[in-house]
Design a protein around this ligand. Structure first.
Ligand SMILES: [Zn+2]
Ligand SMILES: [Zn+2]
Length: 650
């Protein structure tokens, strides 16, 4: 008989194969494909005899994906317009598992679980989640509470209830590779280690987890957004911690938002979904207001720790020597913190030494030859690096434009340069740089965290890698070197993203018995963002944001789809973009913005043009998109990337 098998390749439709045996949908089977052999999944059964000679399947089935996994593939593919096969590829994440199955490893009990004492607020909130689990119906909660209010303990109670009854739980964390402290808390609370799922987990371990999941043997998975696609057989609880975090958005391959897809997955499973945050995204807040999500609010810091004292340093009124970035106020705060035997962190979300290298004779700036962006000077490596494509260059001794020698100057600060300035200002201080360039492996991160905890470091200088997850009891001062850096640009969420980041960084300061201090250096002291941070009142800021977005019909009050066309030949990319715009099917609820060159108009050697499709909230754009894109087939040299609900605009 004929079986249709979906393959983990970028095709929407399954391929037909011949099989002597009948397999139910979801069965994982090896088949020949071109010169390769691949694992695919039986998509539909077909009783009719084959009309042409078909290739025969290999093997007899390696297991079966649960029906809900197939529904999820369909749903994500329909929504994102990514081919089903591309979604399947994320589901069959470790096909190696079928070739050489690893030895099954038992979940080791480490020590007896330690159940903490919850505050009345926490207990009440946990009871709501437990009630939802008992109801066995789909429900989404926003669990809101400031850093230290005990959100984790609350959702741990829900996991505990689930472990004592039935079902599986998935906890999604942003930047899971940095979540050692969270895992420690989990182990202490439950007495065992959850299954981990992210790209840095060794293959053998991922293989074991995948196979155990197929057998329904895993109770709790903790992972990055990719864990959503695992073959859970009885998923009853999904937790998205730090739901506002941008790292839940996958920007390459099949483009999707992990938080939003978690809610979909919960609905398909009739499960309870918990979105946890101290600073919920506007999207989630709007869903709460609309009554789609239940709101659970944990009011105060558990254990009585205080919120940090936030001061704004108005850089307009401070005279500072050129090419220095630490104001006298920040220097004073650093000195005082160190004198008290405490630690400080300086935050600047810019890697390297300087973002710009200019010829001071003719103004020529050094650009990446592959991308329309400046190369970033990394002094430690003696290199200029493109953060988009990895291109490496060196500072030329003679300017290629004006032929003058030794004219290149570093402009603006990166963290390396801030380190240099700190070492000049406070030569006694022991400093550590914390960026993705330095902390390249989990081991290095661990060692660095330990040295901070052992007080071998006085001042941490870091990028957003330090914004979350870590708890340093001695850290009582956070200095934000450039509060304005993320506010400019074409991103409609620039202010919101800035708020989330700066709020999170500020939260690193002070815990337990010591009140923290935060200094934000800015040229925009009156900006609603700075005021919200200063007064620790985000409501007004978010109300303003909401008003602006509503006015323009932008998300979450409308829908957006980003379409990026790219290719080696600029003229072809441009004419394809214009053609697409010409054949756009008019609809009263849809509007086309563009085409225009994308903000990054040249990336990795490709020219890029962008169109933005905007529709009203009540008009999902997928059907219109399908009709539209069929009207203008792409030339083979032009690639189209579709980003439904875009999060980045570059
Ligand atoms: Zn020059
Ligand atoms: Zn580049």
């Amino acid at each position: 008989m004929r079986v249709s098998i979906l393959l983990p390749r970028p095709f929407n439709d399954p391929f037909d194969y011949e099989s002597a045996e009948d397999f139910p949908p979801g069965t994982i089977i090896k088949v020949p494909f071109g010169r390769q052999e691949l694992y695919g999944v039986v998509w539909t059964r077909n009783e009719t005899a084959p009309s042409q000679t078909l290739k025969a399947i290999k093997g007899a089935g390696e297991g079966q994906l649960p029906g809900v996994s197939l529904q999820f593939i369909d749903w994500v593919s329909d929504y994102t317009l990514a081919p089903r096969g591309q979604i399947l590829k994320m589901v069959l994440a470790v096909p190696e598992a079928f070739e050489a199955p690893p030895k099954a490893r038992a979940v080791a009990e480490i020590k007896p679980p330690e159940k903490p004492l919850l505050s009345p607020d926490q207990q009440q909130t946990a009871d709501r989640l437990i009630g939802s689990l008992e109801g066995k119906k789909f429900q989404t909660f926003l669990l809101e509470g400031v850093t230290g209010s005990g959100k984790t303990e609350v959702y741990f109670e829900a996991i505990d209830h689930l472990l004592q009854t039935e079902g599986q739980a998935l906890v999604m964390l942003p930047e899971i590779a940095l979540s050692a402290q969270w895992l420690q808390r989990f182990e202490t609370r439950f007495g065992f280690r959850p299954a981990l799922w992210h790209s840095a987990v060794p293959l053998a371990q991922r293989k074991a987890t995948f196979l155990a999941l197929l057998k329904g043997e895993v109770r709790v998975v903790v992972g990055a957004r990719s864990a959503l696609f695992l073959p859970f057989t009885n998923l009853k609880l999904l937790i998205v911690d730090e739901e506002h975090d941008g790292s839940y958005k996958q920007e390459e391959g099949a483009i999707y938002h992990g938080r939003d897809m978690a809610v979909v997955r919960a609905r398909l499973n009739q499960a309870t979904c918990v979105l946890a945050s101290a600073t919920p995204s506007l999207e989630t807040s709007v869903n709460v207001e609309a009554g789609k999500y239940q709101h659970l609010h944990l009011p105060s810091r558990f254990g009585g720790a205080q919120m940090p004292d936030v001061q704004i340093v108005d850089l307009r009124s401070v005279k500072m020597p050129s090419q220095t970035w630490i104001s006298p106020a920040l220097k004073k705060a650093l000195t005082e913190t160190l004198e008290r035997g405490e630690q400080a962190m300086l935050f600047l979300n810019r890697r390297g030494y300087a973002p710009l290298t200019l010829c001071h004779a003719c103004g020529n700036r050094i650009m990446c030859p592959q991308c329309s962006i400046s190369l970033v000077h990394h002094k430690a490596h003696g290199k200029l690096i493109c953060h988009h494509c990895g291109h490496l260059g060196v500072v030329p001794s003679v300017c290629p434009t004006c032929q003058e020698a030794d004219t290149y100057t570093a402009i603006g600060p990166g963290v390396e340069r801030i380190l240099e300035e700190v070492q000049t200002l406070l030569p006694e201080a022991r400093c550590a740089l914390l960026t993705s360039d330095h902390l390249t492996t989990p081991k290095k991160i661990e060692a660095c965290v330990a040295s901070i905890q052992n007080h071998e470091v006085d001042i941490l200088i870091g990028t957003q890698i330090m914004a979350k997850g870590h708890h340093f009891p001695l850290l009582t001062l956070v200095g934000i070197v450039d509060g304005d850096s993320a506010l400019s640009g074409s991103d409609l969420r620039a202010a919101e993203k800035s708020f989330h980041l700066l709020h999170q960084v500020s939260g690193r300061s002070g815990r337990e018995d010591k009140r923290g201090q935060v200094l934000i250096q800015t040229y925009l002291p009156d900006h609603p963002l700075m005021q919200a941070l200063k007064h620790q009142d985000q409501s007004q800021f978010f109300a303003l944001e909401a008003e602006q977005r509503q006015l323009h019909g932008f998300p979450p009050y409308g829908r957006l789809v980003g379409l990026i066309l790219s290719g080696k030949k600029e003229a072809e990319v441009q004419s394809t973009a214009r053609l697409l715009a010409r054949v756009f099917p008019q609809h009263p609820k849809a509007e086309l913005l563009g085409p225009t060159p994308a903000p990054l108009s040249y990336l990795r050697g490709n020219h890029r043009w962008r169109l933005l499709l905007k529709t009203t909230k009540d008009y999902p754009p997928q059907a219109l998109l399908r009709v539209w894109l069929q009207k203008a087939p792409l030339p083979p040299s032009v690639k189209l990337q579709i980003d439904v609900d875009p999060y980045s605009f570059f």
